[in-house]
Design a protein around this ligand. Structure first.
Ligand SMILES: [Fe+2]
Length: 130
């Protein structure tokens, strides 16, 4: 989850000289999901994540949106579907969600809350499967 937070870096560079988002240029040239997947994979490996899981997570980030991909149907796995839906969950018109400001303390608290949720879910899952 933390790895996914980094994926949108580089997403804001597709404005034309008129200041409007250039969807054509974005669709043609954007590779933010590729860079994000690579960044996430590197981070996960450094943190000691299992290599198979690290690849699955990186793939889910790679496929979190089809907005930069050539047309075609993707058959998403359940993990890829969840990541894709999470990416769309807080979207705002005209990509305004990319510019939402958040207090640093609030951001840190939200990450800690997410950590707590992940740990609780992991423990519950481990308990269930033992
Ligand atoms: Fe994205």
């Amino acid at each position: 989850m933390k790895a996914a937070f980094l994926h949108d870096i580089g997403h804001y560079t597709w404005y034309g000289e008129d200041g409007e988002w250039n969807f054509h240029s974005y669709k043609e040239n954007d590779i933010h999901a590729i860079k994000g997947a690579e960044r996430a994979h590197k981070l996960l490996i450094r943190l000691g994540e299992d290599r198979k899981s690290a690849k699955e997570i990186a793939l889910a980030i790679l496929l979190h949106t089809d907005s930069y991909l050539p047309s075609g149907d993707l058959q998403l796995t359940p993990l890829q579907m969840v990541v894709s839906q999470a990416d769309e969950a807080n979207e705002e018109p005209d990509g305004l969600h990319h510019y939402r400001m958040i207090d640093e303390k609030e951001a840190l608290q939200r990450i800690r809350d997410l950590d707590e949720l992940v740990q609780q879910t992991s423990k519950a899952y481990e308990k269930q499967s033992s």
